[in-house]
Write a protein that binds this ligand. Sequence first.
Ligand code: TYM
Length: 326
Amino acid sequence: MKRLLSGIKPTGELTIGNYIGALKQFNEMQKEYETFVFVADLHALTVYNDPKELKEKIRNLIGIYLAVGLNPEYTTLFIQSENMYHANLGWVFECNTYMGEAARMTQYKEKSKNNESVSVGLFTYPMLMASDILMYDADVVPVGIDQKQHVELARNIAERFNNKYGETFKIPEPVIPKEGAKIYDLQDPTKKMSKSDDNEKGCIKLLEDPKSARKKIMSAVTDSEAVVKYDPENKPGISNLLVIYSSLKDISIEDAEKEFENSGYGDFKKRVADVVEEFLTNLQERFNKIMNDGVVDNLLDKSNEKVRKIAEDKVKEVFEKVGVGR
Ligand code: TYM
């Protein structure tokens, strides 16, 4: 069975963008692949987080994974920092990546622009991400479009390592959703909806009050044309709402367009708001039940055994190949 691996950073609060771009795909693909999904908590350290809050977010993210439908029967859920080997392999990859190639990462360029005080970790983080992926010989890595470049770097690192030291890593494929690879901010639909964003009104959080999410949809920026049509270039606000609607309803964008052929924006937004409110209400019900049931620790203990064994074998092989140790 082919392997799937992906992860999410427990910073900020997860948004509907993370769901549509990533979580929904993990969920749909888990039966077809041997699936590994983890909490990228070491990645969260690239910026300062309140330690107590970080722990809570890590635990909540496991709850969200379960609440969206990841099933431990198909998916091994784990926390990155609980498997020490990720950082070990990350170091080997830092030593096999060129400065120029790391400096080309768009996310690093954007975050470090006019900012002297970004951490070195922000620069080297794609190599840790390569370690997450290549450690498990993942065949596919479902991510939103903003992470595609990092998966491509992981491919380059794997190829380089294999050429230098002999066949060691599988070359992974990024899997980007056809629609919804990038969900935009509701107030500024030219910008990615982001969990670390300050603009509360533009962003729908998975654990926020469904009624407040409803209001945000109702006040989303649109345009003055009054036609519900998918046209990201000229109608970014309406197109974004159409993507959200069709993803949550699991229908095509064309079918969603047809549904609203004769609707005005008020009616359209109301229907999108209904779907979002219902989605969040159901998700949160499942989330609360999971967190109250106290199933998380048992599950993590069990999967830790499995992932540590895989990682230990891989790192031993790599250390042997590069020639460190006795
Ligand atoms: P992170 O935590 O920023 O985002 C998690 C996933 O959500 C997707 N995403 C979006 N998709 C659509 N629209 C949006 N507005 C949106 N915002 C976020 C991201 O593309 C991502 O798939 N470095 C990664 C975490 C990571 C990882 C890995 C992923 C660490 N190691 C190994 C895959 C494999 C990150 O910071 O994602």
